[in-house]
Ligand binder design. Structure first.
Ligand SMILES: [Zn+2]
Length: 336
């Protein structure tokens, strides 16, 4: 993005935010925010996954701002208010993170601990979720974009890792792992070279519960559930619940669909497995009457919430999470 465009974005955000106090004050309902990782911008995690990361400094300021303008509540409390109707009189926010990234957990605890972490339980055994492994592999060995495309019957090599990973998301997890074996072998990629400590350990999940963090489930292997056979999808949904419950000695009642991917059948499986809520990646406010298995959630990452100098901007953050920025943008198409 050009500097000028970033500067204009900042100016517009400041102007709209300061002219319209009701953007925050007049809001009602429950906002569920979706983070992934909190890591410094120089960290390898940030460089590999800029759209999943927030820096510690921005995260701290976001939490302080949220505590001043919203009630920060747990997922249990959000569920209760949605069911009993009191959500319509609330201006509340639930802070969540997907996958079980360790940096988010550590920073969430230091800013009060009232967060929900949806853990893909493969990480507890030290295994990185498949999309993380693939990105590392394709970043280190971009020439693999060609044989991977060939294996998948594409005529042209994938132009970049993003495109390749989007294509892999259309496959079931068994096929993704089969491709991993053959493609990673082709580059002599050593799994031992994958980073450690990026995700929560068993011990950290146990500690998190003691520190007031709610643990939810996010499947075992992070598959796109609509692309799996129903038996496998059900097993992913049930097994992650079972693992986390035995680890924490607490009921695990909340679920997040990997990549937000769900349909009526998947929703039914999540109900059958015994969860009481499930979150998607469709943005918006949650109000009474909302389907508790299709809760809306707003993605948060660094670039969406900083000004043109890269510093936390409460105007950008407020407009982003309340959905106001999307409205401003649609009126000003020039922003792109
Ligand atoms: Zn995820």
């Amino acid at each position: 993005m050009s500097r000028l465009r970033a500067f204009i974005k900042s100016l517009i955000a400041e102007f709209v935010y300061h002219r319209r106090a009701e953007i925050v004050q007049g809001c009602h309902g429950i906002l569920i925010l979706m983070y992934h990782e909190v890591a410094p911008s120089k960290d390898a995690r940030f460089r590999l996954f800029p759209v999943l990361c927030t820096t510690p400094e921005t995260f701290r300021q976001q939490m302080e701002w949220l505590q001043r303008h919203f009630e920060v509540i747990s997922m249990d409390e959000a569920e209760k208010r949605l069911r009993d109707g009191s959500a319509k009189d609330s201006r509340a926010v639930v802070v969540t993170s997907d996958d079980g990234w360790a940096g988010f957990y550590q920073h969430a605890v230091s800013s009060g601990g009232r967060a929900t972490v949806y853990v893909a339980t493969c990480v507890l055994g030290g295994q990185l979720p498949w999309y993380v492994r693939w990105r590392i592999l394709l970043k280190e060995h971009p020439y693999l974009l060609k044989p991977l495309a060939h294996e998948l019957g594409e005529f042209e090599p994938f132009p970049n890792a993003d495109t390749a990973i989007s294509r892999l998301k259309l496959l079931d997890i068994a096929r993704i792992e089969q491709l991993w074996k053959s493609i990673a072998k082709e580059s002599n990629f050593q799994s031992e070279r994958l980073p450690e400590g990026w995700f929560m350990s068993r011990e950290q999940v146990r500690q998190a519960v003691e520190q007031g963090v709610t643990i939810g489930a996010h499947t075992v292997n992070h598959p796109q559930l609509t692309h799996e056979l129903p038996d496998i999808a059900l097993e992913e949904v049930k097994e992650s619940k079972r693992i986390l419950e035995s680890l924490t000695a607490q009921p695990v009642m909340h679920f997040a669909y990997p990549n937000g991917d769900h349909n009526d059948k998947v929703v039914q499986l999540v109900k059958e497995a015994g969860y009481s809520t499930a979150v998607t990646t469709l943005p918006g406010w949650n109000l009474p009457g909302e389907d508790p298995y299709r809760l809306k959630r707003v993605d948060v990452h660094e670039a969406a919430c900083v000004d043109h100098r890269g510093r936390f901007s409460e105007a950008r953050f407020a407009l982003w999470i309340t959905g106001e920025w999307a409205r401003v943008k649609s009126r000003l198409r020039v922003l792109g």
